[in-house]
Design a protein around this ligand. Sequence first.
Ligand code: SAM
Length: 233
Amino acid sequence: MALRFDILTLFPSMLRAVLSESIPRIAEEKGAVEYHLHNFRDNAEGVHQAVDDRPYGGGAGMVLKPEPIFKTIRQVQPLAEQPAHLVLLSPQGRVFTQGVAQELAGKPRILMLCGRYEGFDERIRQGFEWDEISIGDYVLSGGELPALVITDAIVRLLPGVLGDDASAEHDSFGPGLEGRLLEYPHYTRPVEFEGMRVPEVLQSGHHGEIAKWRLEQARKKTKERRPELLDEE
Ligand code: SAM
């Protein structure tokens, strides 16, 4: 069954532009995922359909109002049989990693809420059981890019989406590399380019030796660049 994404955003065209290209599009064409975009401004009241308002207590910026978001979530949840796993995109959430992507790839349905402005009225946090996720310790202008980062990382893990299933497994942080290692170096033709040669072992056709070399290279690269990943094993 397809993994269903419901994404709540004020900028659906930002998401559509990316989801209709490359791997996210292929995933949809292969029936592995469905993308449903919902603009919560459609549920805002008044002539101006305001989704934000000034913060109580003063201070800079505007805050997303609870009513349109509550209404949209309550409309969207019953659109499919399975209740969605609710993801609140926020720099205050748990940090997104390949492990979190793998965990989410096992869900039948995911609803993501993209914030904007100064963020959410706190009652939006309180009103639902959220998995609050951050894509890193920096602040973006909205949740659309985080939603795309998370969606892209998930869909490439779904069975049958990538041409060769093993290519996700052997990616950096993937399970095929003996724990959380960075990926080994890749080469393609020509065999020599501006004096730089493809290592002999990769041309040997000896699968055992190639696998050994790749594992050594992955360990070496990880030790040089991200030694803390080796300590986590
Ligand atoms: N004032 C908020 C704070 O300090 O936590 C940040 C608001 S940010 C300008 C607007 C929205 O962008 C957030 O509500 C969230 O949805 C999204 N966002 C920004 N940075 C993010 C990150 N690192 N991870 C996930 N979402 C993020």
